[in-house]
Design a protein around this ligand. Structure first.
Ligand SMILES: Cc1cc2nc3c(=O)[nH]c(=O)nc-3n(C[C@H](O)[C@H](O)[C@H](O)COP(=O)(O)O)c2cc1C
Length: 176
């Protein structure tokens, strides 16, 4: 008997320093634990989307923008994404409190809003990120210092996990 592609999910991510990659891995792990076959891949390594019924796409945020490779992926795959169950997430803010409040109301990159509206994602999440000083370039350190962004790992693993459980539940109910 042929394996069904019905529930295959893709978690695609864009990460510069690794924090978003680990969030994507965690989401993939939750989906796998729910019995769904999952690929977790950097966006630039994603092949044919025909394989997947659902796509979770996330990017780190730098200066209010998604990473270029994530924007490229959204633009190039818009038509296919619009035919699938899609969840989007961004990650970035450090410090305690709601990410949207920490980033003064920012939820999703302005320039990609029209694409997101056409794709009609099931949800758009905004997760805390991590700023690990040793991983940053000198220029990045100066920017981070200039905007007084708190250093440290503020990723909310419980919040990420429960969001991913919601994705898994929706997919197991047939993605509706
Ligand atoms: C130079 C610089 C600019 C940043 N700008 C933003 C920003 O505009 N909004 C935000 O939420 N986070 C911002 N961040 C925080 C990053 O998004 C956060 O460190 C994230 O976890 C990085 O993910 P990555 O390790 O996957 O690249 C910035 C970080 C750096 C170093």
């Amino acid at each position: 008997m042929q394996a069904s592609m019905e529930n295959h999910a893709l978690v695609a991510f864009a990460s510069k320093h690794g924090a978003t990659a680990e969030i994507a891995e965690r989401i993939g792990q939750v989906l796998r634990q729910a019995g769904l076959p999952v690929d977790v891949l950097p966006v630039e390594r994603v092949g044919d989307l025909a394989l997947y019924q659902a796509v979770v796409l996330g990017s780190a945020v730098y200066a209010g923008q998604w990473r270029k490779e994530a924007i490229r992926f959204l633009e190039a795959r818009e038509a296919e994404l619009a035919q699938r169950a899609v969840w989007l997430f961004s990650s970035g803010p450090t410090g305690e409190g709601d990410p949207v409040e920490l980033m003064n109301g920012w939820r999703f990159p302005e320039a990609q809003r029209p694409i997101a509206e056409r794709i009609q994602p099931r949800d758009i999440a905004f997760f805390h990120g991590a700023l690990v000083e040793e991983r940053l370039s000198l220029a990045e350190r100066l920017i981070v210092k200039g905007v007084k962004a708190p250093l440290g790992d503020f990723r909310d693993w419980e919040g990420i996990t429960s969001w991913a459980v919601g994705v898994a539940d929706a997919l197991k109910q047939g993605g509706s």
